[in-house]
Design a binder for this molecule. Structure first.
Ligand code: SF4
Length: 250
């Protein structure tokens, strides 16, 4: 009987990369690794720039040299496309959709889940997916779908810390781990303060794009995340900078 197809879901975070390293080390079947890149607009990735550079300049070439076929998916839809779209029904009809909601992110639905689902439908029935869930993530492991989703980290008893070490040793640890412990888009409403501060300090061009979006009139919401406007966060960081600047002698 022909064996099923084996694919790995890949975000290029430590857990999904460690799963691929384990698959290669232990001779597990692996036909391809599938990565979906969320885009800010047609040209700018939604990945934090350091992570995007790591993906394309380091990780993909390395994995390909190891014999892993990489499939890159992208939706036609983008963050800016969703943001600037207008509500078509209900009391907010005609307003600019604006910022995605925390916990109900339209970007995740349209720019990530949809292309992945569409791709899944092209795969043969019985395809097995390797997922980057570690041995110490019991709740997530319990939600895996029978034999269709397999955690190689659990199979080989790898915790998140072990995954970190494996990637580090292989020279495949994304530089984003220097300032955050989570993956995600640079415009994510769930971004932590340190991630936003990193964007403000190191990527002023991207920061300016968010302020431009904040300035669009007629939005459904002015809030970037649960409590703050993007312009409030900008003002907060400016204030921090001015408080930290050496005082001018009178
Ligand atoms: S990382 Fe954040 S912004 Fe990006 S898709 Fe996920 S929830 Fe949405």
């Amino acid at each position: 009987m022909e064996r099923p197809k084996y694919i790995a879901s890949l975000s290029f975070g430590k857990d999904s990369l460690a799963a691929i390293l384990l698959a290669k080390e232990h001779g597990e079947p692996l036909d391809e690794a599938v990565y979906c890149e969320v885009m800010f607009d047609e040209n700018i990735s939604g990945e934090v720039p350091e992570h995007r550079d790591f993906i394309y300049n380091t990780a993909i070439p390395r994995l390909e040299r190891m014999g892993v076929r990489i499939v890159v998916l992208r939706s036609q839809q983008t963050y800016v496309g969703l943001f600037t779209g207008r509500v078509t029904r209900g009391p907010k009809k005609g307003m600019v959709r604006s910022f995605p909601l925390c916990g109900k992110c339209a970007v995740q639905r349209d720019c990530k889940i949809r292309p992945i689902e569409r791709y899944r439908k092209t795969l043969p029935v019985g395809t097995v997916s390797y997922v980057g869930i570690a041995q110490d993530e019991q709740e997530r492991l319990l939600r895996l779908e029978g034999g269709q989703q397999v955690s190689l980290l659990a199979k080989y008893n790898f915790t998140e810390q072990d995954a970190w070490q494996l990637c580090e040793k292989a020279g495949l640890l994304s530089p984003v781990y220097a300032f955050t412990d989570r993956g995600g888009c640079w415009f994510c409403p769930n971004a932590k303060r340190e991630e936003l501060r990193h964007l403000y300090d190191h990527h002023p061009d991207l920061w300016a794009r968010m302020l431009e979006l904040q300035a669009i009139p007629g939005k459904v919401t002015e809030k970037f995340n649960r409590t703050q406007k993007f312009s409030d966060i900008d003002a907060m960081f400016r204030q921090e900078d001015s408080d930290a600047a050496p005082q001018q002698a009178a």
